[in-house]
Design a protein around this ligand. Structure first.
Ligand code: FMN
Length: 171
């Protein structure tokens, strides 16, 4: 698929078929994340792929009761290894969330290219997710997404016009 078509085609999917995703497709998606750029090429991330139905259900509950997440074939959880992330981005912040955000977006777009649905999940109770997945104390859970075959075709949700968000030569 053309790159811009993939970007346009990606939409948040909140209804999934239970069909399994072939391993080679899952692998392509994971590779898209693995080769993503990161500050100083530190790659301060860990990706957890959840396929076990009981664990998926527990994770969906930890996502503030968004139980539909567990219907997807798998759930991807993105963690930041905050201790090794570059801490001086722009002179003031950790690169960890940016690094992981780029990698997850690579994976989400790769999934869209494979005809799969995803939905970035930011509403979750981090400590609950950490407890379920035995994530070490100094590692942060930042992003989750179900990945599975879509059972809905949502309409375009619209965006601000370019003139509202872009300026040239000054703010
Ligand atoms: C950081 C972030 C957190 C989000 N958290 C949730 C969430 O917890 N549950 C959910 O259903 N959608 C969540 N979304 C999806 C957004 O609602 C969605 O991307 C937005 O409405 C635009 O729709 P679209 O993705 O179909 O273009 C999140 C998206 C982002 C980027």
């Amino acid at each position: 698929m053309d790159f811009y078509e993939v970007i346009k085609k990606r939409k948040s999917i909140r209804k999934y078929k239970s069909d399994p995703i072939p391993d080679e497709v899952v692998n392509k998606i994971l590779e898209a994340g693995r080769i993503a750029p990161s500050a100083k090429n530190i790659q301060p991330w860990r990706f957890i792929v959840i396929k076990n139905p009981d664990i998926k259900k527990k994770i969906a509950e930890a996502c503030r009761g968004q139980l539909w997440i567990a219907d997807a074939d798998l759930i991807l959880v993105g963690c930041i290894l905050e201790k090794i992330a570059w801490g001086r981005m722009g002179g003031y912040m950790s690169s960890g969330p940016v690094d992981l955000g780029i990698a997850i977006d690579h994976m989400i777009l790769a999934a869209a290219n494979e005809g799969l649905g995803t939905c970035w999940i930011g509403a979750f109770v981090e400590q609950d997710v950490k407890d379920i997945l035995q994530v070490p104390e100094d590692v942060k859970v930042m992003a989750l997404t179900p990945i599975g075959y879509p059972a809905e075709e949502p309409k375009d949700r619209g965006r601000k016009d370019q003139k509202e968000i872009v300026s040239y030569d000054r703010y």
